[in-house]
Design a protein around this ligand. Structure first.
Ligand SMILES: [Zn+2]
Length: 590
């Protein structure tokens, strides 16, 4: 352990030195054009020029490059030396920064931009899903059953069958039953997680494995759904999922690492160069660290550490220590993650007013306001950022109140508090985001009109006007940060997210004109929310998020120019090339 700690420190030190050197280099480049102000500066000038003349290792030329840098939004070419961008400009300017050994990539007019930063993801969970049964786009109970049957046949030795991605709206009457699965697989436990991750669907064998009954106790909010005879139907909401999940054989560390490697390849193929894990613990961080040490961590990772209502000030101090231990540009811990409520579809989101289709219920939060206030204030004081999952308008208000309380306790500083999801919110709370400097961290893919029927029925027409209110938040001065929430979503692809943000339509254009089209945002806002804002949301805007000299060279080349496409075609975009840390990591033919 000691040895490992030392290694880590050495690594952080190397990262720090690299960072300082990089920063110095930027300063040199930027000052090279200015007339020296002081004698001391003048005496250093020849060395500056020599440093600037060191050629690029990689040059991208003949491109249409959206830099994300408001001071220079477009460029033709980029020069990269090692892991950093050294120049951005015209072909001629970049030619001047190149040498004999520079690898030159001709973009042939192609579109490039900063790599995507998926600012809210559960990457390890998504990684494990890659070997499970994918039910996305199944669209009906019959198709779910037929895919499950095939999967069972293909995996005869698997003691458990796990799947994910089913949607509430596909099942006539709302929720499926254990018998629906038993009809296809009854010889071993089957557990199928809904697309949003908040509901589980078990067969009879899986319920038996978890000893699930009307009397089962579980942590937090949730429900064991019962039939008329008080027998579990197979549906487990929120915390009740733990009853069965706890019995699923846990993957070994090696299996988790292999799964991460597959997910890293997937991310590279989608142009994702940074992720921010919305939850995790030390073992997750150590797994990423393993990959980093083997030089296999091909994206930049932030991990927020999960906390709950029982978290103490001592726990927060331990997390702050972990954050000091991991603070590099490739792997960092900087935040805590709180779950203020559940989701609208299962009536577990905490609402100010009752659900439209269930007037006796308005959901609830596992946190009291006082607990939330305490944990937020402690974390903020300890220098940790706070991310709060809040989907119902009441949960959003509780989060805002907790942030306001922390500002009163600790003074207003650059805390960059984050609220995650914000699927509904009271009109009165919209201006509070800008007032309190709270980031609106949201998932355009969650507003895909193919998945909102059950949502809209539960929320009702009044609240639906402010469903996923990106545009209203933007107009009110809030900073938008976009992400996927993978695997709790129908697609991890940022291109699907971009499509939804701009269109609020399915990939086949439904509904015409878009769902609550007033809340659409434009392409520029969308791309910034997936890149620059993601870096800002993790306090990393000084080192990445835009294409400008001094920043880390995480750049992607796309199959088409999104600014010149029909908006309805945005979902067809693909990454042709992913450059990570100055190296071409992924490449396919156009
Ligand atoms: Zn999440």
């Amino acid at each position: 352990m000691d040895q490992e700690m030392k290694k880590r420190r050495t690594l952080s030190l190397i990262a720090l030195v690299a960072l300082v050197l990089g920063a110095g280099l930027t300063a040199r480049l930027q000052s090279a054009g200015k007339a020296p102000q002081k004698a001391q500066a003048a005496s250093k000038a020849p060395r500056k020029a020599a440093a600037a003349r060191q050629p690029a290792t990689l040059a991208l030329v003949n491109g249409r490059i959206w830099t994300g840098n408001p001071a220079q939004p477009w460029a033709q070419a980029v020069a990269i030396r090692d892991e950093k961008i050294i120049a951005v400009g015209t072909n001629a300017q970049i030619a001047a920064a190149s040498g004999l050994l520079t690898q030159r990539v001709d973009l042939k007019g192609g579109f490039a931009m900063p790599g995507f930063n998926d600012a809210h993801i559960h990457f390890g969970g998504g990684a494990l899903r890659l070997s499970q049964l994918d039910l996305n786009d199944a669209n009906s109970l019959e198709e779910i059953q037929s895919r499950l049957k095939k999967y069972a046949e293909e995996n005869p030795g698997a003691p458990w069958l796990l799947g994910y991605g089913w949607q509430y709206s596909w099942i006539p009457g709302g929720l499926p039953t254990r018998q629906d699965i038993d009809r296809v697989v009854s010889d071993r436990p089957v557990y199928l997680t809904a697309y949003d991750g908040h509901t589980g669907w078990a067969n009879t064998k899986a319920l038996a494995a978890g000893n699930v009954s009307a009397l089962s106790k579980f942590a937090g909010i949730g429900e064991v759904v019962l039939d008329a005879d008080r027998v579990p139907t197979g549906i487990l909401k929120e915390g009740a999922q733990g009853l069965v999940r706890a019995k699923i054989p846990q993957p070994t560390r090696e299996e988790r690492r292999d799964a991460l490697r597959r997910a890293l390849q997937l991310a590279a193929s989608l142009g994702i160069t940074s992720i921010q894990n919305a939850g995790g613990d030390r073992s997750d961080v150590e797994l990423y660290h393993d990959l980093l040490e083997r030089n296999q961590l091909t994206l930049r990772v932030s991990v927020a550490i999960s906390v709950g209502p029982k978290t103490t000030q001592q726990d927060i101090a331990r997390i702050a220590a972990l954050a000091r231990e991991f603070s590099g540009p490739r792997l960092r811990v900087g935040a805590i993650k709180m779950m203020m409520d559940g989701v609208i579809e299962t009536h577990t989101a905490a609402m100010l007013e009752p659900y439209s289709d269930r007037p006796e219920s308005r959901g609830s939060s596992p946190w009291t306001q006082e607990q939330a206030n305490n944990v937020v204030a402690w974390a903020d004081k300890a220098g940790l950022q706070v991310m709060i999952h809040a989907i119902g308008d009441r949960a959003v208000r509780m989060a805002l109140d907790a942030f306001e309380h922390a500002q009163k306790e600790n003074g207003k500083k650059d805390s960059r508090f984050r609220i995650e999801h914000i699927e509904t919110l009271a009109a009165a709370d919209i201006p509070r985001f800008a007032q309190l400097g709270v980031l609106a961290s949201m998932e355009p893919i969650h507003a895909d009109p193919a998945t909102i029927d059950v949502w809209a029925k539960a929320a009702g027409p009044e609240r639906t006007q402010r469903a996923f209110a990106w545009r209203q938040l933007e107009k009110a001065g809030a900073r938008l940060v976009f992400s996927s929430d993978w695997p709790s979503c129908i697609s991890v692809s940022p291109f699907r997210g971009v499509h939804n943000a701009v269109n609020r339509q399915t990939t086949d254009g439904k509904p015409p004109g878009g769902w609550i089209p007033e809340q659409r945002v434009n392409l520029e806002t969308t791309l910034a929310a997936y890149t620059r804002a993601g870096a800002y949301a993790a306090f990393e805007e000084q080192i990445k998020g835009t294409i400008e000299p001094g920043k880390l060279a995480d750049i992607i080349v796309l199959s088409a120019d999104p600014f010149k496409m029909r908006p309805g075609e945005l979902h067809t975009l693909r990454a042709l090339k992913t450059i990570f840390n100055g190296n071409v990591l992924y490449e396919v033919a156009p």
